[in-house]
Design a protein around this ligand. Structure first.
Ligand SMILES: Nc1ncnc2c1ncn2[C@@H]1O[C@H](COP(=O)(O)OP(=O)(O)OP(=O)(O)O)[C@@H](O)[C@H]1O
Length: 181
C-alpha cells in the first residue's frame, strides 16, 4: 500500500492542481523509486535515478567526416594545395570526346542472347513429322500476288527460285489453327 503515496504535487500557472501519483511508476522497479518530502533530504539519500540530461554525443558525423577526409600527407612529401587540386580533377564530370558522340541518341542495349533458352523448332524435334529441318519459305520461293482466301487462310502465287516453277502457297494463320484445336 506504500506505493500509493503521492511523490509530487504542484500548482500550475493556470491554477490547476497537478498530482503525479506513484501508481504511474509501477512499471519501474522499486529500487529506482525515491519517496521524499523535502528537497534537502533528496540530496542526502542514495540517488539512483538520472537527474541530469545525458551529454550530447556526435558519433556518426565525426565518423563520416573521417572517412571522407583525405589521408594526412607525410611531412615534406606533398603540399596540401596539391591534394586539393587532385580532388577537384576527380570530381569533374567526364566530357565527351567529340560533338558527334554527344548528338547520338542513346542506343538501347540488347539483352544477351545466351539468357534466353529457347526450345528448338519443330524441324529439330524428335517427334517431328518431316524429320528434317525446313528452311524459310522466302529462301526458296518468291511470293507473288494473292490468288484468293478461304475460311482459314490466304493463298498466294509463289515461284520457286531454283526452277522458276509457279505454285499456289496457302498461308494459314497459326492463331486460327490453334483455336480450332
Ligand atoms: N492452285 C490454285 N490456282 C489458283 N488459285 C487458287 C489455287 N488454289 C487456291 N486458289 C484460290 O485461293 C482461294 C482459297 O483457296 P483455299 O484452298 O484456301 O480454299 P478453301 O479450301 O476454301 O479455304 P479454307 O480451307 O481456308 O476454307 C480459292 O478460292 C482460289 O480462288
Amino acid at each position: 500500500m506504500g506505493n500509493n503515496n503521492c511523490i509530487g504535487s504542484r500548482v500550475t500557472k493556470d491554477g490547476l492542481f497537478q498530482t503525479i501519483s506513484s501508481s504511474i511508476w509501477w512499471s519501474r522497479s522499486t529500487d529506482s523509486l525515491i519517496i521524499h518530502s523535502k528537497r534537502e533530504n533528496a540530496e542526502q539519500l542514495p540517488f539512483h535515478a538520472q537527474c541530469k540530461p545525458p551529454k550530447h554525443v556526435k558519433i556518426v558525423e565525426e565518423e563520416t567526416k573521417q572517412a571522407t577526409l583525405p589521408p594526412k600527407p607525410k611531412e615534406g612529401a606533398t603540399e596540401p594545395s596539391e591534394i586539393v587540386m587532385k580532388v577537384k580533377e576527380e570530381i569533374k564530370p567526364a566530357q565527351p570526346a567529340s560533338d558527334e558522340e554527344e548528338k547520338k541518341p542513346a542506343v538501347p542495349t540488347r539483352p544477351n542472347k545466351t539468357l534466353f533458352n529457347r526450345t528448338p523448332r519443330a524441324g529439330l524435334q524428335e517427334n517431328s513429322v518431316l524429320k528434317t529441318r525446313t528452311g524459310h519459305l522466302k529462301e526458296y520461293y518468291n511470293l507473288g500476288r494473292k490468288l484468293g482466301h478461304g475460311q482459314f487462310g490466304t493463298t498466294f502465287l509463289c515461284v520457286e527460285k531454283a526452277t522458276g516453277k509457279e505454285y499456289a502457297c496457302k498461308v494459314d494463320l497459326k492463331r486460327e489453327v490453334i483455336d480450332i484445336r
